[in-house]
Design a protein around this ligand. Structure first.
Ligand SMILES: CC(C)(COP(=O)(O)OP(=O)(O)OC[C@H]1O[C@@H](n2cnc3c(N)ncnc32)[C@H](O)[C@@H]1OP(=O)(O)O)[C@@H](O)C(=O)NCCC(=O)NCCS
Length: 249
């Protein structure tokens, strides 16, 4: 089971980091992978009630990788921590499957310690979440499945599934649609306003042409209208000028 998890983590790293060239490179050169090895050992000690040993292994892992994962944290499968340095994952943090964290990410607490009555102090991250470099996700909030947290964002409120959050305080700037779900309101059918719709363009062209022709027709009708003579009777219509009859290019 442990070996399978490790194999999956190597595969996930290869899939998500374009710079990774081989499994051996991941094993030898990826601090995120090393940190997960230390975490798995520290967590199993923690689960057995060997708290000090768990903390010590976690501390050694932090010294060697620059990534601090509390042994009490709960981490799902195929987590990929890219670059890693400065990542802090708190004691009551939970991370789902297939997540990616970049360097400098904090999954931190905002509540009092366990002794002071705060049970859950750190965030719960859903499945398939990407947290950009330097982002701070603070407090016992939930970050929904498939969410994207922008680099340097500070998130302190719940994040809906598949939402994209940026800034400090973080605000939602987008939401990816799920298979079978209606497209998001702000981006109909997933096509932004800047992308030209070829059918709409063709129709607009035709409408322009029609209104130009209408204007020319009105002009022609005015030219062909008999001008009233001095005695009030209509004079014979003058031939329309040749140029006026020519079709518009
Ligand atoms: C948040 C993120 C996932 C959004 O990607 P996206 O869905 O393609 O969104 P867009 O690039 O279309 O940006 C949408 C809006 O958010 C803004 N935005 C994007 N990322 C931002 C960020 N980190 N901070 C502040 N604003 C950001 C854009 O300027 C844009 O604003 P506008 O609509 O006013 O022009 C991405 O920008 C990001 O930050 N990824 C993390 C990358 C990272 O950490 N890399 C480290 C590699 S070592």
């Amino acid at each position: 089971m442990l070996l399978k998890n490790l194999r999956d983590e190597i595969t996930a790293t290869l899939a998500r980091d374009p710079a990774a060239r081989s499994r051996l490179e991941v094993v030898l050169c990826y601090p995120g992978f090393h940190a997960l090895l230390y975490y798995r050992l520290a967590h199993s000690l923690w689960e057995r009630g060997w708290y000090l040993s768990g903390r010590f292994v976690s501390h050694v892992g932090r010294m060697l990788t620059g990534i601090e994962i509390h042994p009490g944290a709960r981490i799902g499968k195929r987590l990929f921590i890219d670059h890693g340095m400065g990542v802090v994952i708190g004691e009551t943090a939970e991370i789902g499957d297939d997540c990616t964290l970049y360097h400098g990410v904090t999954l931190g607490g905002t509540r009092p310690s366990r002794e002071q009555g705060g049970q859950k102090r750190h965030p719960t991250i859903g499945n398939d979440v990407i947290v950009g470099s330097g982002a701070q996700v603070l407090g016992p909030i939930r970050v929904g499945d498939g969410a994207r947290i922008g680099a340097a964002a500070v998130v302190m409120k719940e994040v809906p599934d598949r939402a994209t959050m940026v800034g400090n305080p973080a605000r939602q700037v987008g939401r990816r649609s799920a298979p079978g779900e209606a497209p998001p309101v702000f981006e109909p059918y997933g096509i932004s306003g800047e992308i030209p719709d070829p059918i709409a363009r063709a129709l607009n062209g035709l409408l322009d042409e029609v209104s130009t022709l209408r204007a020319r027709l009105g002009e022609l009708e005015r030219v062909r209208e008999p001008a009233p003579s001095d005695d009030g009777s209509a004079s014979a219509p003058e031939p329309a000028p040749r140029r006026a009859l020519r079709a518009q290019p």
